[in-house]
Design a binder for this molecule. Structure first.
Ligand code: RP5
Length: 198
């Protein structure tokens, strides 16, 4: 996304954040806790998952990183999921590679929506992660995005939050409109024969 198009998002995001009152010098009430938890199975997933955080920042959505593993820290993962709703979390994005059971393990311990983000590994190109996430037992769904699809995982989280947040919904509508404008702008350039000259 170009800097110009991200600008109005950021302005809206700033408007949503608590501010310091210039008149009194008093700090506004402390911000509430994160609404989205972005959980990684390993710190090695961070680079791939980072665009999810950037997208959430763009929309001014409060979020937090967690590093929890379905296999290496199963108790901590389940404990996090059990307490997430009480802690104010509304959507969980869970990224993992290989035998990627993290989103399923979290979904088993919470009624919150869980979005699985399959991470591409060296051996099987991410298909292993995708299939590990998507074939959940009936009764415990996980919404799975594309392999390495961090931005879409975050966008889906924003869409879920926007159901109960009209300003966020308006920001999403604007986002879609700008996205369409960019495509149609490119189409116009190509139709005029300028696209191929780049
Ligand atoms: C998964 O195994 C992680 O989500 C990561 O994608 C993969 C490799 O983890 P490391 O061995 O790099 O910690 O659990």
């Amino acid at each position: 996304m170009g800097a110009g198009t991200a600008g109005s998002h950021r302005e809206r995001a700033r408007a949503r954040r608590p501010s310091v009152s210039a008149a009194s010098g008093a700090t506004a009430p402390a911000p509430a806790g994160p609404l989205v938890a972005v959980v990684m199975g390993s710190e090695s997933d961070r680079e791939t998952v980072a665009p999810a955080g950037a997208l959430l920042d763009e929309f001014g959505v409060r979020w937090q990183w967690r590093v929890l593993s379905a296999h290496r820290t199963p108790d901590a993962a389940a404990e996090f999921a059990r307490g997430a709703e009480r802690a104010g979390i509304r959507v969980i994005v869970a990224a993992a590679g290989g035998a990627a059971h993290l989103p399923g393990v979290l979904a088993a311990s919470t009624a919150l929506p869980v979005i699985g983000l399959p991470i591409r590994g060296a051996a099987l190109g991410g298909l292993d992660s995708l299939l590990s996430m998507v074939q959940m037992s009936p009764g415990v769904p996980v919404a799975v995005v594309s392999i390495d699809g961090a931005r879409n995982a975050a966008l889906l989280a924003v869409q879920i939050l926007a159901l109960a947040d009209p300003p966020l919904r308006r920001a999403l509508v604007d986002f879609r409109a700008r996205q369409a404008e960019r495509v149609l702008g490119a189409d116009a350039r190509y139709r005029e024969g300028e696209g191929g000259k780049a």
